[in-house]
Design a binder for this molecule. Structure first.
Ligand SMILES: Nc1ncnc2c1ncn2[C@@H]1O[C@H](COP(=O)(O)OP(=O)(O)OP(=O)(O)O)[C@@H](O)[C@H]1O
Ligand SMILES: [Mg+2]
Length: 216
């Protein structure tokens, strides 16, 4: 379960403050697929960063499985992320001088043979079997996006945070990828920001962001 209480995100703006997220309260239970919708700049990425504890809120609290992460030290939070969370960023943050396989294996930071087999299986499942040994610069945008998705699946996460994971994919591939993210494990949570509502299948929980507030 991921939960947030009275969450605010503010930035200084001249001599005023700009409120990006304004008192967000959410409880996301096991097995839920949550879609964050909203115009550009509405705070979708920001909310993903706060819920995953990649960034600190100005005020408010975030919980993972009833444990507050807000006042935990960076090591504890890093452990939670490493063991329970998978990330697909809007900018992929893949390493260009590594191969596809190495980038995916980094998702677990474990270069054992067993982990290699797992990485290869995930890449095959995402249609990248012919690209495993390529360097990133030899890949198209959509292929890179799928490498980022493979990396996020490596640690078998309980929660996947996905920021526009299908932005450079064709419709068919996008639908397959979403299905992989939703079904990768029983009871896992998907929290995904997107602009593309054509990839939704109707079994998602839709949360819209507007003026710093959420509307369900
Ligand atoms: N470090 C920062 N300092 C000041 N303002 C910021 C900072 N980071 C983000 N913002 C502002 O926060 C707002 C929300 O940004 P965010 O990236 O969360 O939007 P988004 O909904 O993900 O947009 P998009 O659909 O374009 O990805 C934007 O208005 C942005 O300008
Ligand atoms: Mg964004």
């Amino acid at each position: 379960m991921i939960c947030c209480k009275n969450l605010y995100l503010e930035y200084p703006d001249g001599d005023k403050t700009k409120t990006i997220l304004n008192n967000i309260n959410l409880t996301i239970n096991k097995g839920e697929n949550v879609i964050l919708l909203g115009p550009s700049g509405s705070g979708k990425s920001s909310l993903i960063y706060l819920l995953s504890s990649l960034r600190k809120a100005t005020r408010g609290e975030v919980f993972f499985n009833e444990r507050s992460l807000t006042n935990e030290n960076v090591r504890v939070i890093a452990d939670v992320r490493k063991n329970h969370f998978g990330f697909i960023f809007q900018m992929h943050f893949l390493l260009p001088y590594l191969t596809v396989l190495e980038n995916v294996m980094l998702g677990k930071n474990d270069f054992s043979k067993q982990n290699k087999i797992r990485a290869v299986e995930i890449l095959i499942g995402l249609g990248l079997s012919e690209h495993i040994s390529k360097k990133l610069h030899q890949m198209s945008g959509g292929q890179r996006q799928r490498v980022a998705i493979a990396r996020a699946l490596m640690n078998d996460p309980d929660v996947i945070f996905a920021d526009e994971p299908t932005a450079s994919l064709d419709h068919q591939t996008a639908c397959e990828v979403i299905s992989t993210l939703k079904n990768h494990k029983k009871d896992s949570i998907l929290i995904m920001a997107t602009h593309d509502t054509s990839i939704l299948s109707g079994n998602e929980r839709i949360i819209r962001l507007a003026d710093g507030k959420t509307i369900e």
